[in-house]
Design a protein around this ligand. Structure first.
Ligand SMILES: Nc1ncnc2c1ncn2[C@@H]1O[C@H](COP(=O)(O)OP(=O)(O)OP(=O)(O)O)[C@@H](O)[C@H]1O
Ligand SMILES: [Mg+2]
Length: 368
């Protein structure tokens, strides 16, 4: 399709060349213990035979019988010894995963809040992004630095900015999937960190920029993570309505149709609406959308935006969008400019700034 066969062939052979020494080493280490063990058995048996005949004065016949016995038992032991060595090698490779699993099983993953305290995290306050800074690695320039704004409770906040401005990164930080390199995210009076992340994630609905649909029925995909017998079909239907999922009747078995890789493949726009319904299913306190309507045509975008806007005032929503119509429909707009400052205000105040790519020379506090 891209007429890139020659390029890909060259790249592949370069990568194969680079990997060749490592593959050779891997093969060497895979056979090395067996050969070393066999060599050791032969040397031991030979050495012991020499000792019996030369130093202990045993007759040749008796020595040969003894050596045959030793050789046979040694030979029988080699496969068992190999299995033990392979077992140790596997254990060594798997050790980091086993440690993680052990921490998980022993409860190290669980957030420290008791139920009563967790309930407080269900928003009675605004979210404060406070002097937030983030770099993907120490050597590269920060993606975000000194970013501060409020996400007001029950309001809809749009985040706009050029491609690469750090909008998705901002959302990952808001979700607690990345740790800031500086500053804080305050959920009311609590800091979003390892101790609050678990409780927070249970209360946030997130629609990613590239949503996925896994193999399973449409209902299972919407009630993601809920055991099948516990899925509330009424709630699924309610969320389908909110997410403008209007294609259920076209599927052979309606909500029970297997979708995803193992079943009916959904279009990009359909996947996006499934992801929106999924985010709504758990009745979250905060909904976070990353370009939730980007794969939709105008008709479906209007339907989904209409549905989302019907939630306006009822829950806190954060919406990353390139579509300025959608940003206009929000209560507040955060304009993220590459790496540095941020301006926040009413849509009719901020969107013209964005359109004209003007630099806001006033400080953040004056822009609020
Ligand atoms: N995993 C990563 N590792 C290193 N750099 C990254 C990573 N993800 C994103 N970046 C860089 O961080 C910057 C911000 O990326 P981000 O995806 O947050 O931008 P965005 O505003 O969401 O862009 P878009 O509108 O295209 O989705 C970009 O320069 C990008 O190259
Ligand atoms: Mg993005």
């Amino acid at each position: 399709m891209f007429q890139a066969e020659n390029y890909l062939e060259k790249e592949l052979s370069e990568q194969l060349d680079k990997g060749a020494p490592y593959r050779a080493l891997q093969k060497f280490y895979a056979v090395c213990p067996t050969n070393a063990l066999e060599f050791l058995v032969i040397m031991t048996v030979g050495g012991f035979g020499a000792y019996l005949i030369i130093w202990s004065g045993m007759s040749q016949g008796a020595a040969v019988a003894m050596l045959s016995l030793l050789a046979v038992s040694g030979w029988r032991m080699v496969p068992a010894a190999n299995k033990i060595i392979t077992g140790f090698k596997t254990l060594e490779q798997s050790w980091p995963y086993l440690e993680k699993l052990a921490t998980y099983i022993s409860g190290g993953h669980r957030e420290v809040y008791e139920d009563g305290e967790q309930a407080e995290l269900c928003f009675d306050n605004d979210i404060r992004v406070d002097n937030l800074a983030f770099s993907y690695d120490v050597e590269s320039l920060p993606v975000l630095s000194d970013v501060s704004f409020d996400i007001r409770k029950a309001q809809t906040t749009a985040i706009i900015g050029d491609s690469g401005a750090g909008k998705s990164t901002m959302l990952y930080l808001l979700l607690g999937l990345l740790d800031p390199t500086g500053g804080n995210i305050l959920l009311g009076d609590r800091r979003l960190d390892a101790t609050t992340r678990g409780a927070w994630l249970k209360r946030v609905g997130y629609v990613p920029q590239s949503p996925y649909v896994q193999t399973g029925t449409l209902a299972e995909n919407i009630a993601f993570g809920v055991p099948k017998p516990e899925i509330s079909i009424d709630r699924v239907m309610e969320c389908c309505k909110l997410a403008a999922i209007d294609f259920i009747d076209e599927l052979a078995n309606g909500l029970d149709t297997v979708v995803g890789d193992g079943g009916v493949r959904l279009s990009g726009g359909q996947c996006q609406r499934v992801a929106i319904a999924r985010a709504l299913y758990r009745d979250p306190c905060v909904l976070i959308f990353d370009e939730a309507t980007s794969a939709l045509d105008t008709h479906n975008e209007q339907a989904v935006m209409g549905a989302l806007m019907s939630l306006r005032g009822k829950m806190t929503m954060v919406l990353v969008t390139h579509r300025l119509d959608s940003a206009f429909a929000c209560d507040r707009v955060v304009y993220l400019r590459k790496g540095e400052a941020v301006v926040v205000g009413a849509p009719d105040e901020i969107i013209p700034l964005y359109k004209e790519r003007q630099v806001c020379d006033v400080g953040f506090s004056e822009c609020r």
